[in-house]
Design a protein around this ligand. Sequence first.
Ligand SMILES: Cc1cc2nc3c(=O)[nH]c(=O)nc-3n(C[C@H](O)[C@H](O)[C@H](O)COP(=O)(O)OP(=O)(O)OC[C@H]3O[C@@H](n4cnc5c(N)ncnc54)[C@H](O)[C@@H]3O)c2cc1C
Length: 392
Amino acid sequence: MSDTQPDVVVVGGGLVGKAAALALAQTGLHVRLCGVRDAAPAPAAGFAQRIYAFNAASRALLQRLRVWDQVPAARVQPVASMRIAGDGAALRFDAAEQGVEALAWIAESDAIERALDLALRFERGVALQPQRVVAALRAAHDWTLQLDDGSHLRCALLLGADGRSSRVRGWAGIGQRSRPYGQTAVVANFACDGAHGATAHQAFTDDGVIALLPLPQQQVSLVWSAPDALAAEFMHDPERLTQRLVQALPALGAQHLGALRAAGEVGGWPLLLQRAHSLVGDGAALLGDAGHVLHPMAGHGLNLGLQDVQALAAVLAARGVQSCADARLLRRYARARAEQILALELATDGLHRLYAPSWLAPLRALGLSATEHLPAVKRWLAGYASGLGVLS
Ligand SMILES: Cc1cc2nc3c(=O)[nH]c(=O)nc-3n(C[C@H](O)[C@H](O)[C@H](O)COP(=O)(O)OP(=O)(O)OC[C@H]3O[C@@H](n4cnc5c(N)ncnc54)[C@H](O)[C@@H]3O)c2cc1C
């Protein structure tokens, strides 16, 4: 397969790129995945630092790709409830109340990537290339790509799954707007004495948004979106991070976790809001962070990327005799993704702005309490977060 000219080249071997290569090959296209690296092996003890909350739509896609069932159940934690707190008020979601199996599933990025690597190895329609793409030019309905070993590739459709600094975006002539949040997501795992009860906690505080996700083996994963200066302090002094997290447990409604012990390294990701002006260009499409980057408060960035994969694969599966790079097909993909991406961008950015000024605190508390007593609104919110629409 690696000598055949591919129909599609996917640039970027992250989670979105690997899922895209697999999904498109399953529609009968010949796919080349560039910049691919094998996922890290499972850590000898505990969990890797990079943890994601997968919603129902992402899990369904990974099940269809025969990836999800390859992830050991012992490394996946279903979320039974979620508590969101701010200004002394709280909103709670329960899977049982919403009539769903779980609100989300927490898993390590590497564990999902290992399962994707395995599935890709068995997929005859995909050829894997570790080389990165360094230049691309479109002429006469075809792309010519240059790889970092000096070799060249040609294809009809170029897909950018190359992350927030996407070069495909530039090669396809697609502009973007970008705004830093002045916050860094501080990420670390902790072992706790008390049972977490499969509950995820999130609190809006004066020091940023703190999220604690349950993990198997009585551990929790922290994502603290902290102002840059505070984040730098935490990165420099992890002991201080543990102390401040313990102090924040009442605000999170998570005192029952008891004593916390750091389990692994502390990591930091600078946060920004970024959106490509379009998800498609001439013979090219963007997926995942190449097209949109959100604040991680709702844990939706990767879920959106996987839903890009789902939408593009659905459009290309119905291509009939059209070329996979046909402009009408690509526009259909962009239209299919527009509403959800905009809605989540407005929701996460809106919440970030709403929780910035302290004088809005009484109104915010009122809003959370009111929502807590409106089952129909909670149902709608839970449905939207699942990626499946309103829950029946
Ligand atoms: C702290 C934090 C917590 C988060 N939590 C969640 C969560 O719980 N749930 C969720 O859904 N999302 C979450 N997100 C968002 C999520 O991390 C991203 O949306 C997701 O990782 C994007 O994946 P991607 O494959 O699009 O990009 P990336 O993971 O950035 O992958 C891009 C890949 O492309 C490769 N590449 C780049 N340039 C080239 C080139 N020229 N040639 C070849 N390869 C190239 C890179 O090496 C990389 O492998 C979180 C984000 C942060 C910061």
